[in-house]
Design a protein around this ligand. Sequence first.
Ligand SMILES: [Zn+2]
Length: 319
Amino acid sequence: MVKIFIDPGHGGSDPGAVGNGLKEKDLVLTISRHIRDMLLAEYKGVSVKMSRDSDVYPTFAERANMANNWGADYFCSIHINAAGGTGFETFIHNSRSTKSVAYQNVMHSAILAEMDVRDRGKKDANFAVLRLTKMPAILTENLFIDNTHDAKLLKDAAFLKKVARGHVEGFAKAFKLKGGTSKPDSSKLKGGDSVIRAIQEFINSYGFEIKADGIAGPETMRGLIMVLQTELNKQFAAGLQVDGILGPKTEAAFVNVRVGARGNLTKVLQALLYINGYDVGTIDGIFGNKTEKAVRSFQKGKGLSVDGVAGRNTWRALL
Ligand SMILES: [Zn+2]
């Protein structure tokens, strides 16, 4: 059993860095929970502990002791940067143990590959949690909360999942974790932003005009509903108003989409799975095994009946 200890920085009375209406303590907890959930859902032979799973503040010594007493194999502290800069960087302790250096190399490139932001480099420092932990340890600084461009990404729920995904990929590589039920093919998802942008361009190919900014916000979701409504009208004469609002009439018009399906309904399904953090490979409108696997993982995660068919309940949960 590989024991991964996740330390969401700050918490409680210590908000960490703040800026653009965001607090570091909230963002790092969200990212850490995603990491834990992905690792436990997708890999075998791994256990995860977190220094906090709510808005509380353990001291540096308490965080380190929790990991030491548990006998963690790896300690990973998650942070958001501030004060003039942009991009991603990682730290290990300045004693630079062989293992810490090796794991930092793997983690750093895995996370960067998912985030597609400026690489500020692999660094070392005498940070308390890195000094007090007895196992190899890393601290990741994921973008700058007080930078407008970075904050925009940090406000995007899909981007936070990508940050988590990068960490998970890193752990899987560094510790040769087995499993991977919905593990993305990072070569295809590389530069996740561009995937969202492609989804937005697909929406706009219908003549809608949403901003193709690579961020999956409410406008993108509205756009996907409009595409759905258009397709349901075209293919099934559903007679829906194309307004991007998920009302009872639209919900009633949902059709089952399953393995073997091809076309833009499947493409919308794949886009929604991707935005919800599930790997579908290429968003190509072809409902193959990979898409079915993603539907099953999604249904399982949402407590729906797991049949791999996108029916009314699945559509509703995706939207
Ligand atoms: Zn911090």
